[in-house]
Design a protein around this ligand. Structure first.
Ligand SMILES: OC[C@H]1O[C@H](O[C@H]2O[C@H](CO)[C@@H](O)[C@H](O)[C@H]2O)[C@H](O)[C@@H](O)[C@@H]1O
Length: 586
């Protein structure tokens, strides 16, 4: 396994790190004034027309000829000559296993929702991408990381795979009976771990210093649940263990005598895909060392998938006030990452047990148990009645709402025998934070900062964690709330789609049926994980949800409406019958 668990080598991924990840060429082009591209990601997604060495040598010659101060026009000419437009390495791809009428459509009662389900199923064809053969032959010409199988991308500016997005995309594909595409995407990830020792944030070399929430083992579990192909999981075990080790070896901290993990990045410099933005926020810092620290906190936040959010701000007085210059991601022990690692260990133990590897089962059960103890003793907060992220700088819990505070419910990282007690606590926490009062779903935080992972934005993966977590608790109150929030989410997404004909990357909690905003780029459409979550919930709850009344409560409302409907039909029939009877026998 090349480079296994050695992320520091990974800027060499395609042999072109000096172009796409770091160096003078990247710096000069991304900070040109006036700027060359409205979105910084555009440049680092472009293909090279010559080898990296020739490009760098010719760029140095240009710099010398222009006295190290080329104009934007000079740079534009250089880019036009030495690079091809973004996306030229990819071909649109219609998944070979795509089905016109996947069986989940039969599970939807409401005709409008059924029609929408069919349209979402069509979107898989629009989001399919295949790499041209030349990418794997000459990877040094591209920033895209070669993978053997086609992928379903998130959409919009995101034209490559994204790690955690793919979990919900793959589940959506499995519900759409596209097992081959789902399997191919998982195989891509396995191949990436085998080559590089971990899965980068997304499918580009410039993401080499960071991953995203570890969901590969969860993807394998989903695939096996749908196909009963235990062998697939057993064959993947070595690789899954490697990924688990990547996180535990490179992300661990000791808190209150427990080993837990934090989000972290191992690269230097600004994010290449948001270079200009990071240089700008970096200007707030006086020294190179402080700038580097700031950039590394930005990238650690990107590893969490929540880039950016007040969740990762630590102000001078230890609150979540502030802005990007207050990012301190790597000093915050996150509930979700540790809950996911617990889940990874449990699933690896489960797959080993299928293979009959008893020693390994014990090894991974022990690892899971240790993480669980850490979660219970460091992250569970009796007073708040929920799990909370922990601030290592100020040695205190962070009592701010984030959906991930409930993530242990989703992956069952708690003592199941305490479900009743935990359920009462969680329901009180929901009530206290008025989480059920938002018309468009549960916002990502309760702070309105204009960052994309703050209020009022609502994200599909977070609604999923909340809804599936509450459902797992299995008490009537938690199950009712779970169904209510699933219904609200489906109906709100449906309204936005009916109006705009788009599935959005994120939505607005304060308004029913409206896309989100804020952050460093425009809201994107497509959109992989939003489609995946809706397809799963239409499959699970499609018999109970109707487009009838706005807002939540669809299932109950549907049932009440059916009773009223049956009564009305009966009365009309009785009146009509009496009328006919009278007219026939007059
Ligand atoms: O270009 C800015 C950032 O974009 C990505 O983050 C956002 O989109 C991803 C794809 O849907 C999603 O996984 C992530 O949660 C979003 O915040 C990228 O992942 C970041 O690393 C990047 O800096």
């Amino acid at each position: 396994m090349a480079n296994a668990v050695n992320p520091s080598n990974n800027h060499k991924m395609n042999g072109n790190g000096e172009i796409y990840c770091t160096g003078n060429l990247l710096h000069t082009i991304q900070t040109a004034n006036p700027k060359l591209f409205s979105d910084s990601k555009t440049f680092v997604d472009m293909k090279l027309n010559n080898s990296p060495d020739k490009t760098l040598a010719d760029f140095e010659a240009l710099m010398q000829a222009k006295n190290q101060t080329p104009t934007s026009e000079d740079l534009k000419k250089f880019v036009d000559e030495y690079f091809s437009p973004k996306g030229t390495e990819l071909e649109a791809w219609t998944p070979t296993d795509w089905k016109e009428n996947p069986s989940f459509l039969d599970l939807i009662s409401d005709p409008d929702l059924k029609q929408w389900g069919a349209e979402l199923n069509n979107i898989w064809k629009i989001l399919g991408r295949k790499m041209k053969d030349e990418v794997s032959k000459n990877p040094e010409y591209y920033s895209i990381i070669p993978v053997p199988n086609p992928v379903i991308i998130p959409g919009g500016r995101f034209i490559e795979f994204y790690y955690w997005d793919s979990y919900w995309i793959i589940r959506g594909l499995l519900y759409s009976q596209m097992h081959t595409t789902a399997r191919g995407m998982i195989q891509n990830f396995l191949s990436i771990v085998n080559r590089f020792g971990f899965i980068p944030n997304g499918g580009r070399v410039y993401y080499h210093g960071r991953s995203q929430p570890p969901l590969l083992t969860g993807m394998v579990k989903s695939y096996v649940d749908f196909t009963n192909d235990d062998k697939f999981a057993i064959d993947a075990l070595d690789t899954l263990e490697h990924e688990f080790e990547f996180f535990t070896n490179n992300h661990s901290v000791t808190v209150k005598n427990h080993t837990l993990c934090v989000y972290r990045d191992s690269s230097a410099g600004p994010r290449p895909e948001s270079y200009r933005e990071d240089v700008e926020t970096g200007e707030e810092f006086a020294t190179e060392e402080e700038k580097e620290l700031h950039w590394s906190e930005l990238k650690a936040a990107a590893e969490s998938g929540m880039d950016f959010s007040s969740r990762w701000f630590i102000s001078k007085d230890g609150t979540n006030d502030g802005n990007l210059t207050n990012l301190a991601t790597s000093s915050i022990v996150p509930v979700d990452l540790n809950a996911l690692l617990y889940w990874n260990a449990k699933l690896i133990a489960e797959f080993h047990s299928k293979a009959g590897n008893i020693k390994k089962v014990t090894e991974y059960e022990t690892k899971a148990e240790k993480i669980l103890q850490g979660i219970q003793e460091v992250l569970w907060n009796e007073e708040a009645g929920v799990w909370l992220d922990y601030d290592m700088k100020n040695e205190k819990p962070r009592d701010y709402f984030v959906p991930t505070n409930l993530s242990p419910l989703w992956v069952k990282a708690y003592n199941i025998s305490e479900s009743e007690k935990i359920s009462a606590s969680i329901m009180a926490y929901i009530e206290k934070n008025k989480l059920d009062t938002f018309p468009g779903g549960v916002p990502n935080t309760l702070s309105y900062t204009n960052e994309q992972w703050d209020a009022p934005n609502v994200w599909a993966p977070m609604q999923y964690i909340l809804v599936e977590g509450l459902n797992n608790l299995n008490t009537p109150e938690a199950k009712n709330m779970s169904m209510k929030w699933a219904t609200k989410w489906v109906k709100s997404n449906f309204k936005a789609f009916s109006k705009d004909r788009h599935m959005y990357e994120k939505y607005n909690a304060d308004q029913f049926g409206v896309g989100g905003g804020g952050g460093e780029y425009e809201v994107q459409t497509g959109f992989g994980w939003s489609n995946g979550v809706i397809i799963e919930w239409l499959s699970k709850h499609g018999r109970d949800i109707s487009t009838g009344a706005a807002g939540g409560g669809g299932a109950a409302a549907t049932r009440v409406m059916s009773v009223v409907g049956v009564a009305a039909v009966t009365i009309v029939a009785l009146i009509a019958g009496r009328f006919l009877w009278q007219s026939w026998f007059k």
